[in-house]
Ligand binder design. Structure first.
Ligand code: PMP
Ligand code: GLU
Length: 406
C-alpha cells in the first residue's frame, strides 16, 4: 500500500497558516511545561484572576444542574440573563438596551470575534489602539481585514488621542477597537478623552467602535465610561463585557456584547453556525452573578490595587524599567529598552523584549509576555494577579537576573 500521507502531504488553510498562536496562552503553556519538569517557575504571564469564583455563583450552577439545565440554550442566551445584562447596563453605565440588543457568548473573546467577523469585509481597515490585547489583530486578519495599529505615547500612558485617531481614519476605516481599562497597559480613558473620540467618530458615519470593557470593575481611578454613552454614536458602538475578570469566572466561558439590533442579529447568526448558545449552567451562574451585584468584585479590586502598589514599589528597585502607573486591570507594562544591547552571563546579546523575557524565564524562572504580542515590542507585560508573596519573590528574582546583564 502506498503511504497516502506521503503522496498528499497535509496542506492547512492559508487562514490558519497566517494566524499566530495567542502569545499569552503560549507563554503560560511554556511556564506550565517548565513547572512539570520540576522547575520552580513563577508565572506572571497569564491574565487570570487567582481568586475562586464567589460561592453564591458556584451554588447557582450546582442548583441549575440539579434542576436539569442540561439542554441546548437559545443561541443569544436565556431571555432572563439577557434582561439581567440590560439591567446591569442601566445600573452601571446608564445605558438603555433591550434583550434583542444582547448576545451572550462563550467568553468575551467570542463576542469580539463575532463582532469582527460580522462587520469586516476583505480590505476594510480596523484601527486598533495600540498597545492592544493579543487577539484583536489576529481576529481582524481572520476576517481578512487590515489591522492598523495606532500607537498611543508612553507620555500619555499609551492612550491614543482624538487628534491621533482622526489623522488615522481613511475612507476604508470600518472599525475602531480598544479596551478600557486596557490590557496590557492598565490605562483608563476619561470621560473627556472618550467624548473627544466620540466626536471624531460622529463625523465619519461609516466607522463603528468595538469597546472592550471586560476590566470595567477593575478600576482604581473611579469612573468607568462607556463610549456608547455618547448618544450621537451609540448605534455604532458594540460594547463587549463579561464575567471572567469582575467575577473571577475565566473557566466558565461566558461573555456578552450589546449592539444595535442588526449587528446583534448578525452576531447571533455567526454564533449559530459556530458554537450555538453557551453552556446552560454557566448561564444560570452568570445570572446569579449579576443579581448579586458587584460587591464581590469590589473586594477583589482592593486586592488588585494593593498588588499594583506593591509591584510598582518593587519595580522602582529595578533600574531600566520605565513603568507607567496602571489605572485599572491587573498588569504592569514597563518599557525595557534600557536593557537592549546588554549581554547575558552566557554571552547572548539582548536585542529585544522577547530576548529579555526569555532570559528572565530561563535565568530567574519568571514567566511574562513579550510586548510584541501587544504591538509594543519595547515592553514586557507582567500580570499582577498573583499572591503578594509570589509577586515579591518574582520581582526579587527579576532584579537579580537583570543585575547579571553587562
Ligand atoms: N478582552 C480582554 C482585553 C481580555 O484581557 C480578555 C482576557 N481573557 C478577554 C477579552 C477575553 O475574556 P473571556 O475570558 O471572557 O473570553
Ligand atoms: N486575557 C488573558 C490575558 O490577556 C487571558 C489569555 C487569553 O485569553 O488570551 O492573558
Amino acid at each position: 500500500m502506498p503511504d497516502a500521507t506521503a503522496l498528499a502531504p497535509l496542506v492547512l488553510s492559508d487562514r490558519i497558516n497566517a494566524m499566530q498562536e495567542s502569545q499569552t496562552i503560549a507563554m503560560a503553556k511554556k511556564a506550565r511545561e517548565l513547572a512539570a519538569q520540576g522547575v520552580d517557575v513563577i508565572s506572571l504571564s497569564f491574565g487570570e484572576p487567582d481568586f475562586q469564583t464567589p460561592q453564591y455563583i458556584k451554588d447557582a450552577a450546582k442548583k441549575a444542574l440539579d434542576e436539569g439545565f442540561t439542554f441546548y440554550t437559545p443561541v443569544p442566551g436565556y431571555p432572563d440573563l439577557r434582561q439581567a445584562i440590560c439591567d446591569k447596563f442601566k445600573r452601571d453605565n446608564n445605558l438603555d438596551y433591550k434583550p434583542e440588543n444582547i448576545v451572550v457568548s462563550t467568553g468575551a473573546k467570542q463576542s469580539l470575534a463575532n463582532a469582527v467577523l460580522s462587520l469586516i469585509n476583505p480590505g476594510d481597515e480596523v484601527i486598533v489602539f495600540s498597545p492592544y490585547w493579543v487577539s484583536y489583530e489576529e481576529m481582524v486578519k481572520l476576517a481578512e481585514g487590515t489591522a492598523v495599529p495606532l500607537v498611543g505615547s508612553l507620555e500619555n500612558d499609551f492612550k491614543v488621542t482624538a487628534q491621533e485617531l482622526e489623522a488615522a481614519i481613511t475612507p476604508r476605516t470600518k472599525l475602531i477597537m480598544y479596551s478600557s481599562p486596557c490590557n496590557p497597559t492598565g490605562a483608563v480613558f476619561s470621560r473627556e478623552e472618550l467624548g473627544a473620540i466620540a466626536e471624531v467618530v460622529a463625523r465619519y458615519p461609516q466607522v463603528y467602535v468595538l469597546a472592550d470593557e471586560i476590566y470595567e470593575y477593575i478600576n482604581f481611578v473611579g469612573e468607568h465610561v462607556s463610549i456608547a454613552q455618547f448618544e450621537e454614536i451609540k448605534d455604532r458602538v458594540i460594547t463587549v463585557n463579561g464575567f471572567s475578570k469582575g467575577y473571577a469566572m475565566t473557566g466558565w466561558r461566558v461573555g456578552y456584547l450589546a449592539a444595535d439590533k442588526k449587528i446583534a442579529s448578525a452576531c447571533e447568526k455567526m454564533q449559530s453556525q459556530i458554537t450555538s448558545g453557551t453552556c446552560a449552567m454557566t448561564q444560570r451562574a452568570a445570572l446569579a452573578a449579576l443579581q448579586g451585584g458587584r460587591s464581590s468584585a469590589d473586594e477583589m479590586v482592593e486586592a488588585y490595587r494593593r498588588r499594583r502598589d506593591l509591584v510598582l514599589e518593587l519595580v522602582k528597585e529595578i533600574p531600566g524599567f520605565r513603568t507607567p502607573t496602571p489605572s485599572g486591570a491587573f498588569y504592569i507594562f514597563p518599557d525595557v529598552t534600557g536593557y537592549f544591547g546588554k549581554t547575558t552571563p552566557t554571552g547572548e546579546v539582548i536585542s529585544s523584549a522577547q530576548d529579555l523575557a526569555l532570559y528572565m524565564l530561563n535565568d530567574g524562572h519568571v514567566a511574562a509576555v513579550d510586548g510584541a504580542a501587544f504591538g509594543a515590542p519595547n515592553c514586557i507585560r507582567f500580570s499582577t494577579a498573583a499572591a503578594d508573596e509570589k509577586l515579591r519573590e518574582a520581582f526579587i528574582r527579576i532584579k537579580n537576573s537583570l543585575a547579571k546583564l553587562k
